[in-house]
Ligand binder design. Sequence first.
Ligand SMILES: [Zn+2]
Length: 159
Amino acid sequence: MAALTSARYEPRMTRDELEHFMREALQEGRRAYPACAPNPPVGCVIVRDGAIIARGYTQPPFEHHAEPMALAAVEGSLEDAVMFVTLEPCSFHQKTPSCAREIIRRRVGALHAAMLDPHPRNRGAGIEMLRAADVVTSVGLGSAEARRDLEPHLWRPTD
Ligand SMILES: [Zn+2]
């Protein structure tokens, strides 16, 4: 019988594990710059059963963002997997398709984003899409480090 719950997945990780995997995502992000410019150097890991099964970071313009790069490395449904990403996934189609849409299509069970994307076309919209699709989503894990890495590369009102 199908359970009519809003959350498909209940992440079971200690604070130490969560922080460890977000640090791994931050490390991935540091591999992206400068090839990724002008896109922000985002990093991502996908975890299943306590182990990293895929990694990604922002590729040069018109190529994969961090999340689809990691998703491309694993097959099948990811209902039992957790994604750690250093920036809110993009909600909108730009030079590449929306990452949030792809994460939903692959049925990722849970997602931890370090910080929101200040881009006017995102600003929480990516997180809202994920939550509306029952991806268990948190924002803020590792935010201090993510800000240090990403803020120089994020959208600013003067752009
Ligand atoms: Zn994206």
